[in-house]
Design a protein around this ligand. Structure first.
Ligand SMILES: [Zn+2]
Length: 237
């Protein structure tokens, strides 16, 4: 499991990779799981959490960057197994409560054509066990009172309620606000609002983060995000 250490000593461990990268942020006894992955990965997630010292019945803070199925399918199982406090943006809470995060329209030619051909029903193919958000996030949210030098910021575009997790103002966990699948290119293939995707990159660049870890693909450097922001800025306004 790949691990990063931030400037003030938080560790960020990638506990799931593949369909959805999920990360465990730790400092001392405080820990925060960022995204939960698909049900097929539930066994791997449990094992990874056990290896990280999180035992069933213990406290575990969980934040969802947004409520698409590949990020949210394991929330209900986590709530049954651990004493979870779940955080997500208030705009995403009703979607999680209904067990459906509709897939957004394609944001590039290929995915746009794909979703147009598949029709509206396809947007709701993926359903999962519903769950309740314990702490709805609205605006910048500091988690210092939960023992972590972590800030949640609203980075909409992929979905209206997408958030990013800023650790120590050093490393950002960005969900699907960007992707790291193709070197040098970070535009997510699906998104509700392309202009807001780009303006959310500007929000992320206002931090001092040197590394941006997406839910799909590899880490993006600050230089790459700066270049992509310069390329797309104003294009969809
Ligand atoms: Zn998504």
């Amino acid at each position: 499991m790949q691990t990063w250490t931030t400037r003030n000593g938080h560790t960020i461990t990638q506990v799931l990779s593949g369909r959805c990268n999920c990360f465990l942020v730790r400092r001392g006894n405080a820990r925060l799981l960022v995204d939960t992955g698909r049900t097929a990965a539930w066994g791997r997630l449990r094992t990874a959490l056990a290896l990280a010292g999180v035992a069933p019945g213990q406290n575990l803070d969980v934040v969802l960057t947004h409520t698409h199925f590949d990020h949210a399918e394991n929330v209900a199982s986590l709530k049954q197994t651990f004493r979870v406090t779940l955080l997500a943006h208030r705009l995403e809470a009703p979607l999680l409560a209904s067990g459906a995060g509709p897939i957004p329209a394609g944001s590039v030619f290929l995915t746009h054509a794909l979703m147009a051909a598949a029709g509206d029903r396809a947007r709701n193919w993926f359903r999962y066990r519903p769950a309740t958000v314990d702490i709805p996030v609205d605006g910048p949210t500091d988690l210092e009172d939960r023992g972590l030098g972590v800030r949640l910021v609203h980075t909409p575009g992929h979905t209206a309620g997408s958030i990013s997790v800023i650790v120590d103002d050093d490393v950002a966990l960005v969900g699907d606000a960007m992707v790291g699948v193709m070197p040098g290119a970070i535009f997510p293939p699906f998104g509700e609002d392309r202009a807001r995707i780009v303006s959310s990159w500007a929000v992320l660049l206002e931090t001092d983060c040197r590394l941006f870890l997406p839910a799909h693909g590899r880490a993006c450097t600050r230089r790459t995000v700066e270049r992509q922001h310069a390329r797309y800025r104003g294009r969809f306004d």
